[in-house]
Design a protein around this ligand. Structure first.
Ligand SMILES: CCCCCC/C=C\CC(=O)SCCNC(=O)CCNC(=O)[C@H](O)C(C)(C)COP(=O)(O)OP(=O)(O)OC[C@H]1O[C@@H](n2cnc3c(N)ncnc32)[C@H](O)[C@@H]1OP(=O)(O)O
Length: 280
């Protein structure tokens, strides 16, 4: 269970007084949230070694972190990874392969929840993509309003390559960024784009060399809204995203997911894919 722990970090130079850009932390082992007091922007960092695969616990903590960002009235949120070469490897295959049925239900419901909170958030969001972002990792990045990525990485919805079908809300999330034809092609191919290609087609907004630069560019993006009335901005964003958000029928989507995951051919495919990852 995530309990937001808000701690004031004191500057050693200022003794008991706060330094100007001191941070507040609300952290757990899997997700670290730091709010810069100077910019008011929260950096939410995923930290589940080795590849930030999204299991139930990481998703729960992401969901709580998003609640905390909303509650603390942060100026915006940057999503990042603590790992050097992976943003997120997407959904944790072990949650879907030979699953415990009750946990499987919880897992999918929590993923829906994270997407609804992130894609539908009123506060500005940006992703500092400092590592590969396949499938569910791409979904998280695409749910933000701006993406900054390091070179020579990959990003995309590769589900069809695994013999599975990306849910329609994954598709709508990509459609919020790219032209429909490009999305259909990317999804039917299960295409993983290089950073450079993703930038060329507009899936990624900027390419930078380091994580620090990525965080700085995301901060610049969020600061564009500093003088825009918060409520008007939030309602405008949410109204743009309403159709995609409302299209998700959570119960129907859950039933469909449970049905598909339990199909013997899907189980076989997931098992083979998982083995191939391990052999690599
Ligand atoms: C069925 C109904 C509909 C379902 C709809 C589902 C929608 C979305 C699906 C997904 O998100 S499925 C996940 C798709 N993800 C991928 O295909 C990515 C797979 N991983 C990689 O390509 C690579 O791991 C990486 C992310 C590029 C990183 O490469 P790197 O060389 O740094 O690390 P590896 O050696 O490959 O991996 C280390 C370690 O992690 C395990 N692992 C990797 N990805 C996953 C994962 N998604 N889930 C669980 N475990 C994963 C990998 O097996 C290695 O384990 P060990 O060998 O160290 O035990």
């Amino acid at each position: 269970m995530f309990l937001p722990r808000i701690v004031k970090r004191m500057s050693p130079l200022l003794g008991s007084r706060m330094s100007l850009n001191a941070c507040r932390f609300a952290s757990t082992d899997l997700v670290r949230t730091e709010v810069d007091d100077k910019t008011g922007i929260a950096v939410v960092t995923m930290n589940r070694k080795p590849v930030n695969s999204l299991n139930l616990e990481l998703l729960r903590e992401l969901s709580s972190a998003l609640d905390a960002v909303e509650k603390n009235k942060s100026r915006g949120m940057i999503l990042a990874s603590s790992l050097d070469t992976v943003f997120s490897a997407g959904l944790d295959i072990t949650e879907m392969y030979k699953p415990d049925q009750a946990r499987l239900k919880d897992f999918w419901t929590t993923l829906q929840e994270v997407w609804l909170k992130l894609f539908g958030s009123g506060f500005p969001t940006a992703a500092a993509i400092n590592g590969h972002a396949p499938a569910g990792g791409c979904l998280l990045a695409m749910s933000c309003e701006y993406r900054v990525m390091r070179p020579n990485l990959t990003i995309g919805l590769n589900e069809t390559q695994l013999g599975i079908v990306a849910p329609s809300w994954f598709m709508s999330t990509m459609e919020n960024i790219l032209p429909r034809r490009e999305v259909e092609l990317a999804l039917t191919l299960g295409k993983m784009f290089s950073t450079e290609k993703a930038h060329e087609i507009g899936l990624v907004d900027e390419i930078v060399d380091t994580k620090e630069e990525a965080l700085a560019k995301c901060t610049e993006f969020i600061q564009l809204f500093a003088r825009v009335p918060r409520e008007a901005r939030a309602l405008t964003k949410q109204s743009f995203r309403r159709e995609a958000l409302q299209k998700l029928d959570r119960d129907q989507d859950l039933q469909m997911f449970i049905y598909l995951v339990n199909q013997p051919q899907v189980q076989k495919g997931l098992g083979l894919y998982f083995e191939s990852l391990k052999k690599k």
